[in-house]
Design a protein around this ligand. Sequence first.
Ligand code: G16
Length: 542
Amino acid sequence: MFKTVVTKPFDDQKPGTSGLRKKVPEFQQENYVENFIQSVFDSLEGFKGKTLVIGGDGRYYNREVVQIAAKMAAANGFGRVLVGKGGILSTPAASNVIRKHKAFGGLILSASHNPGGPTEDFGIKYNIGNGGPAPEKITEAIFARSKTITQYMIADAPDFDIDAIGSQKLGAMDVEVIDPVTDYAELMETLFDFDAIRALIKSGFTLRFDSMHAVTGPYGKEILERRLGAPEGTCINFVPLEDFGGHHPDPNLVYAKDLYDLLMSSDGPDFGAASDGDGDRNLIIGKGIFITPSDSLAMLAANAHLAPGYKSGLAGIARSMPTSGAADRVAEKLNIGMYETPTGWKFFGNLLDAGMATICGEESSGTGSNHVREKDGLWAVLLWLNILAVRKLSVMQIAHEHWATYGRNYYSRHDYEGVDTSGANKLMDDLRARLPALPGTSVQGLKITHADDFAYHDPVDKSVSEHQGIRILFEGGSRVVFRLSGTGTSGATIRLYIERYEPDPKRHDLETQAALADLVRAAHELADIKGHTGRDKPSVIT
Ligand code: G16
């Protein structure tokens, strides 16, 4: 019934910021998927007879890998797998299923916001029993194992029926196919005042939710249209497609430009939002105003107590280092903890488990809370709606009031995608070597007060993560940060994060890129971006 297959290791199965992401043809190499999944199982202890959750964002190759993963789980001794119907579970929904059903862990099949299709991206990520991405200790063990693996185990059984809700058997193991939306929608009802949001919508408030032909389509339909009474047509691009209709399912101003343009038009809706391939990212746009993810984190944190799930206040806020400091000012006012972590949701897990942080967020369009252990796109949309329903103000009014209270952190990210890897590494190495000499010097008329290579000391498990991005701080609270992306699948991507703090309300209506122009020039001069990459302009500005 089970067979052991002899295999040879691959040397490139190192999980990145969020699991292993590669082009589909790389995953389709003989034994490639099996080697990685076996390396995951070999890095875990104590799962015999326990439950594994399997689900993905529905992209090309999802259904095949679900079958492989379930058969390998059976052969390795799991007692039960829970699978989303059609192999589908959004990333936050998978996190919730792991927690709710007390599973040992889960395999999430997704390359998130990266494009999908036969020649595009795929990914596999392991989440632990708290529902969150495996911490570095485990991802490092998986990579080490993948370099020495010699065999894997798999059930010699026909495929199970991935589309039939209910129980089946795969050898001795139970397979339970579940509705991907139900548990998640129930959780949302416990956190938010659905009556208040329903009343807001009934009063004529209009919204648009763009699922970008990715996994949140069925979640948006069920929650926004069926449970909250938004009219049909509120959800757009809601049919999940294996190639996302040929688009990048990345909810930013470049790939969700149509939504942005709609919200900037005079007859557009009051509120617009989008989510990504696997449903963990969000884009929030009010009528006439885009809310940066960093600002969204700060505004949600400042108002979260208005939603039932957070009415007793927040224990603390956490943000990734490149995320703007807007939330820090909220934490200071609320007199609660503020934590600055490396990029990657996995770093929030310990803080959430320890009850030190309640809300977390990242500049990369991610916000979430202790309700699951992943960022959660639809959760952010619902928290915004709950706040709007209670405050009876527009998004624009809430933003301006927030800036007047806390000051405004102008913020942007410039990505140099697909650049030569050696050039990108050299840029970082050269800059790193100059860091000690920078404080006290000036560039483009801006005085540098501090420069370092960010290292994180986890306050819970005391682990240390080094080389998490180079930050250069200027007098007055402005800064530029350089990092290499850990989620790309071709060449290297340099991310330049730019931030300026502006306390004066009379200067809160500047155009963002104009407000940051001198810092961008300083960043170019400091790192010689053109010299190292041949580019003088970013490929994506968000
Ligand atoms: C993943 C991680 C996030 C991270 C983002 C960008 O998001 O979960 O924590 O901020 O990648 O990472 P990088 O800058 O290294 O490309 P997702 O939505 O892709 O899973």
